[in-house]
Design a binder for this molecule. Sequence first.
Ligand code: DGJ
Length: 704
Amino acid sequence: MIEYIQSERAFYLSGQNYSYVMYVDALGNLQNLHYGAKIEKADIPYLIEEIGEPVTRELHDLNFFSRERMRCECGAYGRGDYRESTVILKRSDGGAISEFRYVRHILQDGAPNIKGLPHARSGGQTLAVTLCDACSDTELDLHYTVWDDSDVLARNIVVRNTGKETLTVKKAFSFCLDLPNRNYKILQLHGAWTRERTPEITDIGHGVVRLQSMRGASGFEVHPFAALLERDCTETQGACYGAQFVYSGSFALTAETNSYGNTRLQGGINDTQFSWELCAGESFTAPQALLCYSPQGLGALSRAYADFIREHIVNPAYAYKHRPIVINNWEATYFDFDNEKLFAIIDEAAHLDVDTFVLDDGWFGKRNDASSGLGDWFVNEQKLSGGLKAVVERCKQNGLRFGLWFEPEMVSPDSDLYRAHPDWAIHKKGIEPIVGRKQLVLDFTRKDVMDYIFEIMRKILSENDISYVKWDMNRFITECTSESLPPHRQGEFVHRYILGVYDLAERLTNEFPQIFFEGCASGGGRFDAGMLYYFPQLWTSDNTDGYERARIQWGTSLIYPLSAMSCHVSACPNHQTGRTTPLRTRGAIASLGATGYELNPALLSAEEKDLCRSQIAEYKNIEDLILCGDLYRLSSPFESDYFCEMVVSKDKNRAYVVGEQLRALPNSPVEYLRLHGLDESKTYRIAEYNKTASGKTLVSIGVA
Ligand code: DGJ
């Protein structure tokens, strides 16, 4: 709900468990008065008198010093707010001073349809507050979209050039959130290839903490997410504020605590390598950020984000639908396959009851290892005689559907595509390009490049019976320039690149709505809400080790629904860690997501095949919980010897508990695990033990 209270010039926004209050002070500043627990509208005059007016009076009397005390909705450069700015606009005279003042606002039903960028799709109510820059002919629209049944608040900023001169947007973050300093800790998800999304909680202290990616993608190292935690915040209690982006490019998130009692959390497109030329009359739209307030710890924050992403980000045609249970040949064969090897996998897979066979990297061009062939999207008939059709036919004979791997954004220097169009790869004349995984990145800021890739993929997807596409991306961007852009627009390159990726994803998913797309980036290197808008699930990590995976999925579940995580059972010893874990354990961990297999089923023993079959049958039985349920994290693999999570149906009639003992303990003590999220007045049957107990007992005493 959003209300404008004329008498106080105040905006009162509220969602399921939060209120967000702002007002326009006598000088035209849009000040934040409160974001957090629900408060009464009747208390707004008190907030204005207690929080807003003292800084306005000081600002009026001393005329500048106090802006740092102010909780601003958009930080401006050069007029006494010495914190990091939210938006920086450079004019032709070189100046960049700004002072943003309220001019008008509008209230609309629904969420803004942000053209070219992924965004929250439906419902809600949106407030657009327009501020003008007192120092230039520029307007900013600050968008706030709220949903009554959600604790997620979507925000973004549109910068509009209302003057006659061209200006340069040097920075255009998506949101600015000024909170009173409550000595917050900051939670982030850091990582690397095969070590994705590891939670880390640190103090913010004074000064600026900056989380960022400069890779042209959200990346592994620092996730596009941060949460501010009050001191008593745990998994189940205490307040916290999350921020993540519906964006997949280079981002920055900063948390800044100053000496005047304020903490500013803000973020958006990484400003380090960014600038955007804005001609008269043009506007620039920053990507959407999803803020979330939880009064009850990180568990509630995760559930709010999971519900929101399923309901408003993921394509509604797939959000709650059965996900293909795939068998993927990557770890079974890597590049070394032919019909015979694939057919052996397909024939065996059919007996496991999976529904889709996915042919991974190596089916095209001259691709026998990672050094060549990317860009040559023509079937390699030396490996696959009879082409894709023969493989598809074999799948059909076995009652399986067929999925195919692509890496649309890349080109190998050793490829026909590169030999024909060397200029299509991102490069800077005179500088030897960095070749990551022996490949270059195509210049997706160029329409001719994109059109070519679209057409070639369209041809394959329309000529073959393909029900699933795995869209991979195995290196980040270097030499961030394009010959298609004039020198003064080179700062637009990184953002334009990701707009190109979105454009291709949009065109292909619109053209082939019946195909299920899974995103992937060398594992989980571009796992974000932006990609989830186009691809309902993302490959979580190349690390499928039963022990490590529990940690990776725990971290990922902090802000994404389980259905967003593609999770496979792979062979042992594990290819990444060399560790051997029980097949039962691997299956249990992979069942906490969109499950599948990544192994050669022909190498499994009869007993193991039986176990896979029963895993798949069990999975089908609980799949609705994975797709629609509420996650409760019970025991952290980072803090104990046990990993345990459970998922509870919305009606609380069913629940699914997965546990893993991470470390063998001799003569180990008995521990009782208290369940969460159950209806205490109901009686539950524990299917595996064939025992019954009340919700109250399971919650307060637990299971051994
Ligand atoms: C990286 C992916 O994460 C793997 O699953 C596999 O598809 C390889 N790329 C193929 O090159």
